[in-house]
Design a protein around this ligand. Structure first.
Ligand SMILES: [Cu+2]
Length: 125
């Protein structure tokens, strides 16, 4: 191969890696949630090809209310699971669904669709 062919090939590989990272792995946004006057930490999450925001930082020992709105009909995102908290919820398209619990222990907890293709993270501090 000529140096130009090698450069083009490497460029193509780098571009594919970047695209894969951008669509599947890049965080879609991190949100630090603080409690309102009610003492409830409340955050709105949009479900569309992923969770936005997908990294949610909350405080331990305070009730958490997540308002999920699914803006797509793809079956993949129909259910959201919080395995560490034994919680799951069906997300009908276009409807706001509340998922509520109180995270008691600090740590990082994943949440996901039923197949694990869409992922987010709850960071409890
Ligand atoms: Cu899925």
């Amino acid at each position: 191969m000529t140096p130009i062919q090698i450069a083009v090939t490497l460029g193509g590989i780098a571009l594919s890696v970047f695209i894969a990272w951008f669509f599947w792995l890049a965080p879609k946004g991190q949100t630090r949630v603080s409690a309102g006057v009610s003492g409830v930490q409340e955050v709105a999450i949009t479900v569309k090809g992923g969770y936005t925001p997908d990294i949610i930082v909350v405080k331990a020992g305070q009730p958490l209310r997540m308002r999920f709105t699914r803006q797509e009909s793809a079956g993949c995102s129909e259910t959201v699971l919080f395995p560490d908290f034994n919680k799951s919820a069906k997300l009908p398209e276009g409807e706001e669904v509340l998922v509520e619990f109180t995270p008691e222990k600090a740590g990082e907890y994943g949440f996901q669709c039923q197949m694990g293709m869409l992922r987010g993270k709850l960071i409890v501090e």
